[in-house]
Design a protein. Structure first.
Length: 87
Protein backbone atom coordinates (compact mmCIF):
# COMPACT_ATOMS: atom_id res chain seq x y z
CA UNK A 1 0.00 0.00 0.00
CA UNK A 2 1.01 3.59 -0.49
CA UNK A 3 0.65 4.35 3.23
CA UNK A 4 2.99 1.48 4.13
CA UNK A 5 5.65 2.61 1.69
CA UNK A 6 5.41 6.18 3.01
CA UNK A 7 5.90 4.87 6.56
CA UNK A 8 8.94 2.84 5.47
CA UNK A 9 10.38 5.85 3.65
CA UNK A 10 9.84 8.00 6.73
CA UNK A 11 11.54 5.43 8.97
CA UNK A 12 14.45 5.15 6.55
CA UNK A 13 14.87 8.93 6.45
CA UNK A 14 14.87 9.05 10.25
CA UNK A 15 17.41 6.20 10.47
CA UNK A 16 19.71 7.99 8.02
CA UNK A 17 19.49 11.21 10.05
CA UNK A 18 20.26 9.37 13.31
CA UNK A 19 23.21 7.54 11.78
CA UNK A 20 24.59 10.77 10.34
CA UNK A 21 24.34 12.48 13.73
CA UNK A 22 26.13 9.54 15.37
CA UNK A 23 28.82 9.73 12.69
CA UNK A 24 29.39 13.41 13.45
CA UNK A 25 29.41 12.66 17.19
CA UNK A 26 32.12 10.03 16.71
CA UNK A 27 34.10 12.51 14.58
CA UNK A 28 33.94 15.11 17.37
CA UNK A 29 34.90 12.58 20.04
CA UNK A 30 37.79 11.38 17.87
CA UNK A 31 39.03 14.95 17.39
CA UNK A 32 38.85 15.56 21.14
CA UNK A 33 40.71 12.31 21.88
CA UNK A 34 43.43 13.31 19.39
CA UNK A 35 43.68 16.81 20.92
CA UNK A 36 42.95 18.20 17.47
CA UNK A 37 43.06 21.96 17.01
CA UNK A 38 39.82 21.83 15.02
CA UNK A 39 36.83 20.05 16.54
CA UNK A 40 33.89 19.89 14.10
CA UNK A 41 31.06 20.73 16.52
CA UNK A 42 29.13 22.62 13.82
CA UNK A 43 28.57 19.57 11.62
CA UNK A 44 25.32 18.55 13.32
CA UNK A 45 22.68 19.82 15.68
CA UNK A 46 23.52 17.00 18.11
CA UNK A 47 27.18 18.00 18.44
CA UNK A 48 26.26 21.69 18.74
CA UNK A 49 23.84 20.76 21.51
CA UNK A 50 26.47 18.70 23.34
CA UNK A 51 29.37 21.15 22.97
CA UNK A 52 29.43 22.05 26.69
CA UNK A 53 29.20 18.38 27.71
CA UNK A 54 32.01 17.27 25.39
CA UNK A 55 34.54 20.10 25.31
CA UNK A 56 36.76 21.83 27.81
CA UNK A 57 37.30 19.99 31.06
CA UNK A 58 34.14 17.91 30.68
CA UNK A 59 34.16 14.16 31.15
CA UNK A 60 31.81 12.00 29.12
CA UNK A 61 30.80 8.36 29.40
CA UNK A 62 29.42 6.09 26.69
CA UNK A 63 26.41 4.16 27.93
CA UNK A 64 24.50 1.84 25.65
CA UNK A 65 21.77 -0.70 25.97
CA UNK A 66 21.67 -3.91 24.01
CA UNK A 67 19.03 -6.52 23.29
CA UNK A 68 20.34 -10.09 23.50
CA UNK A 69 17.57 -11.51 21.32
CA UNK A 70 18.40 -12.97 17.89
CA UNK A 71 16.41 -10.41 15.83
CA UNK A 72 18.24 -7.53 17.52
CA UNK A 73 21.73 -8.98 16.97
CA UNK A 74 22.71 -6.73 14.02
CA UNK A 75 21.73 -3.58 15.93
CA UNK A 76 23.49 -4.82 19.07
CA UNK A 77 26.70 -5.49 17.13
CA UNK A 78 26.45 -2.07 15.49
CA UNK A 79 26.02 -0.40 18.89
CA UNK A 80 29.04 -2.25 20.30
CA UNK A 81 31.18 -1.21 17.33
CA UNK A 82 30.15 2.42 17.76
CA UNK A 83 30.97 2.34 21.47
CA UNK A 84 34.35 0.79 20.71
CA UNK A 85 35.13 3.49 18.11
CA UNK A 86 34.43 6.35 20.49
CA UNK A 87 36.04 4.79 23.57
Amino acid sequence: TQRGSQDKASLMKEAVAINLSLHYLSTVIGALNDSSKVVPYRNSYLTKLLIDALGGNAKAAMIMTVDPSEPALPETVSSCRFAQRVA
